[in-house]
Design a protein around this ligand. Structure first.
Ligand code: KG4
Ligand code: ZN
Length: 355
């Protein structure tokens, strides 16, 4: 069995997987969402302290399996350095105490492996990775080599939901909040413009859309509170972290219009990738792949290209140690151990491999 630790952002998680048949023996995750919610996003210092308190507890709750362990795996890249560090230190301490080898796992590779938790690895494959930190279109070759075909030049897809939710005063994480509120709104109420429309660039950009949300909020607030108008001379002077005082009906319309255009942007750029790649199968991973509107638009896209669409199980879309354990088992079978495990907070996916 392999014990895996994940702590790259705001979840402290441990999983144990059997190397012979990939069966899950143990899994626990302590999420810090509630603690970060009042700040509208992850506060690194707080995340570090919470990981330091949670990790020893979750690791010890797996103690009955320690005797059966053959290796300790840990996410060492990419992520918040102060979040990665407690996980790496815990993994090194455990590996030393139990005299076991260490396996390092790239968090994004872990997300890709979440596609293969319930079935065999299928390659070649196109992948959309949509999380809080990343938005990427990936190509994975027959031999498992990962290439980054396109990425965001500013905010990620998930981050744009988090920031829009913060402006609407909806709490953190913003993805599920926007999705739920959007169901009550009119997604055509605002004609937000589609980022990079008409260009052939295989990249994403969500900062302009986020700004359109901010301006829509500001305009509504200004029209509601005339006494405050005089104090706001330059509408760009308001920072987008403020909660605007607008009605819940208007918030729902903004959420729905934002979600429609954000998902449309994902699909619009994917069409470019599909026309050149001829993928027979396509997988979608990362926390934001839980978005139902995105899922249904991807279903239509893949159907029109006669392409098989793979999703990770919903419970393993967001950060978790199960996907890290699955990636680690593949490395264990290849005897890919790490003698000198180091942290790389900003590493990319280029030149990494599946299996
Ligand atoms: O993969 P993940 O758990 O953490 C990172 O590695 O970043 O992704 C978290 C991100 C957050 O930005 C969250 O708002 C977003 O995924 N998310 C969603 C939904 N559920 C989570 N975004 C849109 N719609 C959702 N339903
Ligand atoms: Zn993630």
């Amino acid at each position: 069995m392999i014990l895996a630790i994940e702590s790259s952002c705001d979840d402290s998680s441990v999983a144990i997987m059997k190397a012979s048949d990939f069966s899950l023996i143990h899994y626990e995750k302590i999420s810090q969402e509630k603690e970060h919610a009042k700040y509208g996003g992850v506060v690194p210092e707080l995340a570090a302290r919470l990981h330091t308190a949670a990790l020893p507890k979750v690791i010890l709750r797996a103690k009955e399996h320690f005797k059966a362990l053959k290796a300790i795996a840990v996410t060492n890249e990419p992520g918040l350095s102060v979040s990665l560090l407690p996980g790496i230190v815990a993994a090194k301490a455990l590996a030393t105490a139990l005299n076991l080898p260490l396996i390092s796992v790239n968090h994004l590779v872990g997300h890709i492996y979440s596609l293969f938790l319930e079935g065999p690895i299928k390659l070649p494959l196109g992948v959309l990775l949509v999380s809080g930190g990343h938005t990427m279109i990936l190509g994975i070759s027959k031999t498992g080599v990962i290439s980054v075909l396109g990425a965001t030049s500013d905010d990620s897809f998930g981050e744009s939901f988090d920031k829009s939710a913060k402006m609407l005063g909806l709490g953190y994480p913003g993805g599920p909040q926007i999705q739920n509120l959007a169901l009550k709104g009119d997604d055509r109420a605002y004609d937000f413009s589609l980022p990079l429309k008409g260009t052939k660039r295989l990249e994403y950009s969500f900062s302009g859309l986020k700004n359109q949300v901010r301006l829509a909020c500001l305009e509504l607030e200004n029209s509601r509170i005339p006494s405050e108008n005089s104090r706001i001379s330059n509408k760009n002077s308001r920072i987008p972290s403020e909660n605007f005082r607008i009605s819940s009906h208007q918030k729902a319309n903004i959420a729905a219009s934002f979600e429609r255009v954000a998902c449309l942007h994902i699909i619009d750029r994917l069409k470019l990738a599909f026309s050149s790649q001829k993928w027979a199968r396509f997988g979608v991973v990362g926390g934001a792949s839980a978005n139902l509107r995105l899922r249904s638009m991807l279903e239509s896209l893949c159907a029109s290209y006669d392409c098989e669409l793979l999703f990770a199980p919903l419970e393993y879309c967001s950060d978790n140690a199960v996907m890290i354990a699955r990636a680690a088992v593949a490395k264990y079978h290849n005897k890919d151990f790490c003698q000198n495990l180091e942290m790389h907070p900003r590493s990319s996916l280029e030149n990494l491999k599946i299996i």
